[in-house]
Ligand binder design. Structure first.
Ligand SMILES: [Fe+2]
Length: 396
């Protein structure tokens, strides 16, 4: 997700998607230490070196680690989103990933929740590198994957590029449909966002740039005319792509003890900070899909407690929370500049191991989901957070 700002003559502003993460990592650590929330290793690391990276607070240069699984472990599943390997630093991160547990006799799978690369060539290079490292790789497309601006007229529209990416996956042995790995059913879900996903009160105290100005998708993607006019048409179109997998989904549900669904877009608005916290308060209009939430809930219905997980991406906010008995996780690599501002990541935590012969029971610390795990949402409150007010004063 890459909105841009209409203020080119001024100093480069922060990324519009940033919520500003109110506490700095050091403040965050101090607060967490006070509340005894950081894991001991993270506390020790933060205390000994304020600049060192720890997974709960994000850091500059995450070092990928997929250490060999203990002999008794048979199946591990890692998750990551928003690889954006058009950035050489991010491609380098992928190439530095260690080969998984194959040699130890186990199976390591990786779930990639969209936004791999802007060009088809970088996409294929990335997925090939991942297939070399993991026994199984699962993928759903994100918005950046369907951009056309650097494809040199290779595709008529973004749907044609979607077909080309799915074909590339098929050639590389990347899964884009449901499959059971060990006892875990992994189900990719196609989706696209729609404005009506946003049900919360708008911020009206400042002039917020239009979606067309802020969100590059409106220029970098192209759609057949019947999909471009209506707000929900694209969201419905992508949701219906999942219908062809209905039989396979039922089969996977029958053969699996736990289910992990995943999408690029956001299934619930409460998985994004409130508008008053966001540098781009209209962000919720271009991130999520109600159709997606309905579909994943139907898949997870009748699951026992702790057996349902959904992984998503797109907003680049690390997240781990349980809502109505489904665990929602976002583990984005994100942009190098975001990592430098310590918004995401941390040494050794990506890709995040969500399953090791059973779901990892630890909710991983992430600034915004931690915040909402302890504070209730106040969507009626549209008074800008101090860092957002300051930002608008400076740039508008
Ligand atoms: Fe995205």
């Amino acid at each position: 997700m890459t909105p841009h700002l209409p203020v080119p003559s001024r100093p480069a502003p922060r990324h519009l998607l940033d919520a500003g993460a109110p506490p700095s990592p050091q403040q965050h650590h101090r607060r967490r230490r006070r509340r005894r929330l950081c894991p001991p290793r993270a506390r020790a690391s933060a205390a000994s070196s304020p600049s060192s990276s720890v997974r709960c607070c994000a850091a500059a240069a995450p070092q990928p680690t997929v250490a060999a699984a203990p002999a008794a472990t048979r199946t591990r599943v890692f998750v990551v989103s928003d690889l954006h390997t058009d950035y050489p630093e991010n491609m380098d991160w992928v190439r530095r990933l260690e080969v998984g547990a194959r040699d130890a006799g186990g199976v390591d799978a990786l779930v990639v929740a969209g936004d791999v690369a802007e060009t088809r060539d970088n996409f294929a290079r990335t997925m090939e590198a991942l297939r070399d490292r993991f026994e199984a790789v699962f993928y759903v497309p994100g918005n950046h994957d369907l951009w056309l601006r650097r494809e040199g007229g290779r595709y008529m529209d973004s749907l044609e590029k979607l077909t080309a990416l799915l074909d590339a996956c098929s050639e590389l042995g990347v899964d884009t449909g449901p499959r059971t790995i060990g006892d875990l059913g992994i189900i990719p879900l196609f989706s696209w966002y729609h404005k009506s996903f946003d049900k919360e009160k708008d911020v009206n105290s400042v002039r917020v740039p239009s979606l067309e100005m802020a969100c590059k998708d409106f220029h970098a993607c192209q759609w057949p005319s019947d999909l471009g006019s209506d707000d929900e048409a694209l969201a419905v179109y992508f949701d219906k792509l999942n219908d062809k997998n209905n039989d396979a989904i039922e089969e996977v549900k029958k053969n699996s003890k736990q289910i992990l669904t995943f999408s690029h877009f956001v299934p619930r608005q409460e998985l994004c900070p409130e508008k008053r916290m966001l540098y781009y308060p209209n962000l919720p209009k271009v991130i999520g899909s109600d159709f997606l939430e309905r579909r994943l809930r139907a898949i997870h219905s009748n699951r026992e407690d702790g057996a349902a997980c959904h992984v998503f991406g797109h907003t680049h906010f690390c997240w781990d929370s349980v809502v109505d008995e489904i665990r929602y996780i976002q583990a984005p690599l994100a942009y190098p500049r975001e990592r430098k501002r310590r918004m995401n990541g941390g040494e050794g935590w990506l890709p995040f191991c969500v399953y090791r012969d059973g779901f990892n029971p630890d909710i991983y610390p992430a600034i915004w989901s931690d915040y909402y795990n302890k504070n209730s949402r106040e969507p009626e409150n549209t008074q800008l957070a101090p860092w957002v007010a300051k930002y608008f004063r400076k740039y508008y």
